[in-house]
Structure formats: structure tokens, C-alpha cells
Design a protein around this ligand. Structure first.
Ligand code: NBY
Length: 805
């Protein structure tokens, strides 16, 4: 990498500042300081970026295209500095100049272009692809408004627009010359050409310009710069006159205006379908243009291109590629289909039925008529071929079109060469239950790729004190090879390391406590246990189970302030989809409970509840290093993987968990003594559900502990709640508790009591924490990506790179 020394940096920075703002550098605002730093950095990395783009064309290495409707990158500045190996130089330089590095970092917006786990995973993967020499290209949408900003007013969630682009974004490059046209609507028919071939003709289409904005994805100290390309919808320049009405203009602009705020729930809105096709078409056209520049025969397309679709949202990529190959490149159906199948792979992130995309046929037909025709053909051929081989029942059950709806998962599975789940248990459930019919037809298509997280962001940057301790104790190799964190294990009895580990945790807890005091006006004791549940608010994730536990403790402490319970701070971060009424009621309940508990002198500050507003990647970076306990308490079988579980583990939190998603793998890695497991297992849940024997009211009536907790929802104990109390009570008692909270409560409670006991023994707790950190390296997204690269994308990085891993 190019050297950069502190003095040169300072000179370049000062000069640039004055050139841009025509004032002396120390007179600028923090935002201006950030902008200039962005420009300086850009000047530094652009050479690499250009070089990498040229190499890509010269070497013709196979490219991976990762299509995702969501990317949740977090702030980029520190990642760039770290990966370019200029972090210390820049920090020292700015400090020398009398500027506040941390403030400058905070001046960057945190782009919320995703809902949660799925979007964040896409961003961890972008970082890991660059860092493992995988030539990866992200394809997504440049939403003008990200996920709503969450505010609490009187304890209720209020959503405000998130205009993340109000200040210039120093990292993105608008590539207008690389724009493509995406065609919607109109009529289409097939017309015979002179050569006898049928070609589609279009009329009255609605054309939209897809303008790419590129953001570099810089690898960790390896000179690799990949590209994240986000498309923005604009009116085509030469057609301005066609779009005369403001409605039409608005229609174009609305396509990339805002991210759908739904997580784990599918909403069949036309605008969403437009977004999906917009991304698919723009991305595929770009890939085709790239490939055509290579001047190779089409049969070699899958040798040069792998296209991955992140959940079903970009599935229209498949018929779109078929369309181009058939209509514009004159391939036969068989040729086009073979190429597509070898090119596409698909990741499933959920088994929740309500999250499965199914688009009414009429919607696809009127919005993208040619694509509809291609899907009909895929459907007809599937039924024909599979009926011959497996009989009509299986053929119809796996067909993409059923009941006048296009089932996007079915379309994705039958058209890809690989389908993967995101944790062992999740993949097993897919194969055995959810997708078992497909497993019969395509036994070798399924595979598992357990999720991962990037330790660069989640440990190196978010937890500098821990990183320094690791360097001192086991050397720096872990920064390149997170698996090497396992070396920490041999310090399990080293008093000095254990002490330092405690100090690290305390430092991080104090940092978070300061934030909570300043921003929320709540005083929390950094010596209390920080018990953290951070994830989207959803009934299956069971934040309510934790609420029951808190109420239980509160009532016990109120009766007896001397009760033998650990002092805890319960931290929540969670957004609810704006239309998810029940989830919003739970938010209100948590806030009302916080009001009660935080201000009740009778319990002696033994419980505090901190519900951070507007949970985000940046807040996660503050909370996770401060966590003692990680709550991963979804109903077994429901959480595909989870990734906050991995981040919290890497930062030394112990996990309390059901055997769900990747918790199973965490448990296997650390062993039973270093995790707190509870609750039904996935197969037990299945049996109980199938038996129809579950009776929640019965439990409520017979169990005094549970009765007391639930009664507090309806008897005025929590003064802040209104109808929420009754509604939530009814969801459990009257509506038979869909997610089996009452069934799992006792086991959860006992596990929590075990946590209390364990926490009292500082040394052994710290030892457990050390084991968790040591084992977390296995969940590096770098390894996950290398498995995708070799098993799915067939792009093994050079041997020398592999040896590093
Ligand atoms: O993907 C999450 C899973 O719940 C989690 O267990 C897993 O770790 C993570 C990464 O694999 N899924 C998720 O975040 N899903 C969504 O964000 C999402 C977004 C939009 C829609 C559906 C799901 N949608 O239908 O619009």
C-alpha cells in the first residue's frame, strides 16, 4: 500500500480544507471537517479503485454479483481508514491539528438502507469479499429515504423520514454514462422477423433511467477495491417531454424513493414489485454489457459471472436474464436456460410463511408483461418435465405459479444451481419440512452456509480496548485470521489477562453509560450486568418473554428489596414495522415498564431499563462491546440464523438462548458450561403445535408465578399502559400464545437465575467470556464468504490467498 505519513497527511488535509471552504481548517464545522477528510481519503484510494476496475477487465476473472434489496453498511470512514492501514496516521494527524477525531467520525451519516439482519449481512459480505480477494460486486437500490427514524413519543413509536442524503455523500460516484433504461408496462406481442424468428414488440411502455452510484468496498490491507453499485430511478433525459404530467414524474421518482420498512413480513404492493424489477433489470443489463465487452461466446457466461440473489427479493433477475438472452441475443430457450441455471444461486433467510413473497399474476402481467410470459414458460416447462419424472402432484406442488400467484421462492429454487440456508438448523428445516418437495427433486441443490460477521467492524473498530488486549496477549495475527482468536483460550487461568478483560468490559460499559446519561437522562451503574436484546421487534423473537422476566424480578424486588437477584440493566434496541400493530404495542409496554421501574425507589436501582431510540448500526457498535449478556430467545425453529448473537459473543457477552438458528452452533463451539440454554427445541415445538394440545389459559390459571406476571398487565401495576396491557394479555391467554412464551417461561426463568448466580462469581464469568471471544473467530464472514466462493460461486481465490485463511 502507498505510504502516508502524519506530516504529509496534515499538509494535504489543511490545503484541501482551505481550497474547499475558503476558511482556515480549524474554523470549520465538524461536518465540514468530515467532508474534507472524505475528499482527502478519496484522493488516496481512488488509484486502487481505478487499478482494480482495469484489472477486472484485463484479467477477465470471474465476477460475483450480489443482488440485494438492502445493504446496511454503517458509517464507512473508520472501515476505510482501517482497511487502508492509515487509521493511526489519520487519527494522530487530526489530533495534532487540534481536531476531534471521534466527533468527525460521528458527523458521517449512518445509511439505513436495510431493515435488519439481511441487509447487515449483505454489508458484512461486501467487506469480506474485498478482504478475501473475491471479486464481488454489490447491486442494490439507492433509496433516497432509508429506514424510518424511530422516535418515542409518550412511549409510542413514531416514524419520521430518514433523509440520509441531505449532506453530500463523499464516498459515492455518480456514473451517469453507465445508466440503463428499465422498461415497464405497455403492450408486448411477438412478431415474426424476416428470418422467421419471433421477436417481441413493445408499445406504450413506461421507461425509467437507472443511474448507478458506485461506492468502493476496500479490502483489508490487500489493495483490493470492489464496488457496491446502487441504482437510482430518474427520468430519461431524451424523453423529458414524454413525461409531462407531474404524476408521471412522481411515478418515476417514487421507485427509489423509500425502503420498505417491513422485516419478516411480505407486503404485496405494486411499488415494491416495481423496485424489485427495477433493481433486477438494471443490474442484469449492466452485467450483460460487461460480459459482451469480453467478446466471448454466451456459453462461457457462467464461467465469468456468478449472480447471487439475497432472499427472493431480486428473483426477477432470472426471467430478466432469460429475456435478454432470448429477445436481444437470439439464444434458444434451452441455451438461455442452461446459462441461467449455471449462473444463479439463491439464499433463503426465513421459513416464516408470512415472509414468503407471492405476487399476483395479474400484477406481474400488467407491470412487466414480457417477464410474465417468460415466467409462464418456465412454469409450463417445469410442470411438463417434472410430471414425466416425478408425477404431476410433485410437479404442481413445486411449480412457480399456483392459485394465480407467482411464488418467488419456487421460481428462485427451480432456476438456480444452488439454494442455501443461513445456519445448520435452518438448512435442515428447509430440507426436511419447508422445501422438502424440492429436496426430492433436486437433492444436490441444497447446502448450508452459516452466516458470519466481520470482526473488522465488530471487534477491531467497535472494541479498540479488546483489540489492544488481544494484540498484547496473542499477537496481531487474529486481525487477518479471526480463527486465531482461539489462542486466547490458553489464558483461561491467567489472572492478569482475566483482570484486563474485566477492565476492557468496564471501559466499554462506562462509555455506554455515559451515552445513556447524556442522551436519555438515565443513570446506570457500569457494575450492574448489562443484559442486551437488540433486533427487530417481532413476536417470534419474543422480546415479550424478556418483559415477563423483568416484571417478575420487579415484583419480587418490590416485595423484598433484599431478594437475591443480580443488579441488571436491561437494554433494548428495536424498530417495529410501522404497520405491525402488535409489535408497536410491545414497544409501548417496554417504555411504560421502563418508566415505572426506573423511577421506583422501592427497588433500589436494582433494575434499569434502557430502550434506545432509533437502533442502528452505529448504536450497535456502542452497545455490543458493553454487553454482558446476549438475549437470543426466539421460539426454536423461527430465527433462521441471527447475527447479533455472533457479534455479542465476539465482544465477550455470554449468551442466553434457545436452540435456534446459529445459537446451536454457538452452543456447540463453547460447550454447555459457557452458554445458558433453555426452552423447547425446534422438533418439540413442532410436535406440540401439531398435537393441538397446547392450552395457554390452562398454564395461566394453574401457575401462580405466571399468573402474577400477566395480571400486572391488566391490573394497573404498570400505569403507563392503556389497552396495550389487555391486548397483550389476550394474545397470550385468550389467543393461545402463538409463540409459546408461557410454555418456555419457567425454563427461561431458571436459566436467568443461573445467570445471576454465575455473574456473582466474577472470575468464572470472565473465564466464560474469554471462551466466547476465543471461539467467535469461527464466525468470521471471511470464512463464510470463502465457502460461498468455493462451493457456490466457483471463484476460488488464488492459492496464496487461501493459504492465508
Ligand atoms: O436474515 C434475517 C433473519 O431473520 C435472521 O435470522 C438472519 O440472521 C438474517 C441474515 O441471514 N432476515 C431478515 O433480516 N429479513 C428481512 O430483513 C426482510 C426484509 C424484507 C422482507 C422480508 C424480510 N420483505 O419481504 O420485504
Amino acid at each position: 500500500m502507498k505510504p502516508m505519513d502524519v506530516e504529509t497527511f496534515k499538509e494535504v488535509y489543511k490545503k484541501r480544507f482551505e481550497d474547499v471552504y475558503a476558511i482556515q481548517y480549524h474554523m470549520g464545522s465538524t461536518l465540514e471537517q468530515f467532508q474534507v477528510l472524505g475528499q482527502v481519503l478519496r484522493g488516496y484510494y481512488t488509484d486502487y479503485w481505478i487499478e482494480n476496475n482495469q484489472e477486472k477487465i484485463d484479467n477477465q476473472d470471474k465476477q460475483v454479483y450480489y443482488f440485494s434489496m438492502e445493504f446496511l453498511p454503517g458509517r464507512q470512514l473508520k472501515t476505510y481508514l482501517l482497511n487502508l492501514d492509515v487509521y493511526d496516521t489519520v487519527k494522530t494527524g487530526l489530533t495534532d491539528l487540534g481536531l476531534d477525531f471521534d466527533k468527525i467520525v460521528e458527523a458521517e451519516v449512518d445509511p439505513a438502507l436495510g431493515n435488519g439482519g439481511l441487509g447487515r449481512l449483505a454489508s458484512c459480505f461486501m467487506d469480506s469479499m474485498a478482504s478475501t480477494h473475491v471479486y464481488g460486486n454489490g447491486c442494490g437500490i439507492r433509496y433516497q429515504y432509508g429506514l424510518f427514524k424511530q422516535k418515542f413519543i409518550d412511549g409510542y413509536q413514531i416514524e419520521l423520514p430518514e433523509n440520509w442524503l441531505r449532506n453530500p455523500n463523499p464516498w459515492e460516484v455518480r456514473k451517469e454514462s453507465k445508466s440503463v433504461i428499465v422498461r415497464f408496462g405497455g403492450n408486448v406481442w411477438l412478431e415474426e422477423q424476416k428470418d422467421g424468428k419471433l421477436k417481441p414488440k413493445y408499445e406504450h411502455t413506461f421507461d425509467v433511467l437507472a443511474v448507478p452510484y458506485d461506492t468502493p468496498q476496500i479490502g483489508y490491507r490487500n489493495g483490493v477495491v470492489n464496488n457496491l453499485r446502487l441504482f437510482s430511478a430518474e427520468i430519461p433525459y431524451d424523453e423529458e417531454s414524454k413525461y409531462i404530467t407531474s404524476e408521471q414524474r412522481q411515478e418515476v421518482n417514487s421507485i427509489t424513493e423509500v425502503l420498505y420498512p417491513d422485516d419478516s413480513n411480505y407486503e404485496g404492493r405494486l411499488l415494491r414489485l416495481k423496485q424489485e424489477y427495477f433493481l433486477s433489470s438494471a443490474g442484469i443489463q449492466t452485467i450483460v454489457r460487461y460480459f459482451k465487452n469480453l467478446k466471448l461466446p454466451w456459453t462461457r457466461f457462467p464461467e465469468k459471472v456468478a449472480i447471487h440473489i439475497n432472499d427472493t427479493h431480486p428473483t426477477l433477475c432470472i426471467p430478466e436474464l432469460m429475456r435478454i438472452l432470448l429477445d436481444e441475443e437470439d439464444l434458444t430457450w434451452e441455451q438461455a436456460w442452461n446459462i441461467s441455471k449455471k449462473t444463479f444461486s439463491y439464499t433463503n433467510h426465513t421459513i416464516l410463511q408470512e415472509a414468503m413473497e407471492r405476487w399476483p399474476v395479474y400484477m406481474i402481467e400488467s407491470l412487466i408483461p414480457r417477464i410474465a410470459q417468460i415466467i409462464y414458460e418456465i412454469n409450463a416447462r417445469h410442470i411438463r418435465n417434472k410430471t414425466e419424472l416425478y408425477g404431476s402432484e410433485l410437479a404442481y406442488k413445486t411449480a412457480p405459479i399456483q392459485d394465480d400467484q407467482v411464488l418467488m421462492a419456487n421460481l428462485a429454487i427451480i432456476s438456480s444451481h444452488s439454494v442455501n440456508g443461513v445456519a445448520k438448523l435452518h438448512t435442515e428445516i428447509l430440507e426436511r419440512y419447508t422445501l422438502s418437495d424440492f429436496k426430492t427433486i433436486y437433492p444436490f441443490r441444497f447446502n448450508n452456509k452459516t452466516n458470519g460477521v466481520t470482526h473488522r467492524r465488530w471487534v477491531q473498530l467497535a472494541n479498540e480496548p479488546l483489540s489492544q488486549l488481544l494484540d498484547k496477549t496473542i499477537g496481531e495475527e487474529w486481525r487477518f485470521q479471526p480463527k486465531e482468536m482461539r489462542l486466547l483460550r490458553s489464558y483461561i487461568d491467567d489472572e492478569s489477562v482475566l483482570d484486563q478483560l474485566q477492565q476492557v468490559k468496564l471501559t466499554n460499559k462506562k462509555r455506554f453509560a455515559k451515552f445513556v446519561s447524556e442522551q436519555m437522562n438515565i443513570e446506570i451503574d457500569p457494575h450492574a450486568m448489562f443484559d442486551v436484546q437488540i433486533k427487530r421487534l417481532h413476536a417470534y423473537k419474543r422480546q415479550l418473554l424478556q418483559v415477563m422476566h423483568i416484571i417478575d424480578r420487579y415484583l419480587q424486588l418490590r416485595d423484598n428489596p433484599e431478594a437475591k437477584l443480580a443488579k441488571r440493566v436491561f437494554v433494548f434496541g428495536a424498530k417495529a414495522a410501522p404497520s405491525y400493530y402488535y409489535a408497536k404495542q410491545i414497544i409501548k409496554l417496554i417504555n411504560a415498564l421502563a418508566d415505572l421501574v426506573n423511577n421506583d425507589p422501592r427497588i433500589n436501582d436494582m433494575i434499569k431499563i434502557v430502550f434506545v431510540e432509533n437502533y442502528s448500526v452505529s448504536l450497535a457498535e456502542l452497545i455490543i462491546p458493553a454487553a454482558d449478556l446476549s438475549e437470543q430467545i426466539s421460539l426454536a425453529g423461527k430465527e433462521a440464523s441471527g447475527t447479533s448473537n455472533m457479534k455479542l459473543m465476539a465482544n465477550g457477552a455470554l449468551t442466553i438462548a434457545t436452540l435456534d438458528g446459529a445459537n446451536v452452533e454457538i452452543s456447540n463451539l463453547v460447550g454447555p458450561d459457557d452458554i445458558f440454554l433453555f426452552g423447547m427445541k425446534a422438533d418439540e415445538v413442532q410436535v406440540l403445535r401439531d398435537s393441538h394440545a397446547y392450552n395457554a389459559r390452562d398454564i395461566y390459571e394453574r401457575d401462580p408465578q405466571i399468573q402474577r406476571i400477566l395480571n400486572s398487565l391488566i391490573d394497573g401495576t404498570i400505569p403507563g399502559i392503556k389497552s396495550e396491557g389487555i391486548d397483550i394479555f389476550n394474545s397470550l391467554v385468550t389467543d393461545n400464545d402463538e409463540y409459546f412464551l408461557l410454555k418456555d417461561y419457567h425454563s427461561f426463568y431458571q436459566a436467568q437465575m443461573k445467570v445471576d448466580i454465575n455473574y456473582a462469581n466474577k472470575k468464572s464469568w470472565t473465564q466464560k467470556s474469554l471462551i466466547n471471544i476465543a471461539q467467535s473467530g469461527k464466525f468470521s464472514a471471511d470464512y463464510t464468504i470463502l465457502r460461498y466462493a468455493s462451493d457456490i460461486w466457483n471463484v476460488a481465490p488464488e492459492t496464496e490467498v487461501l493459504q492465508q485463511f
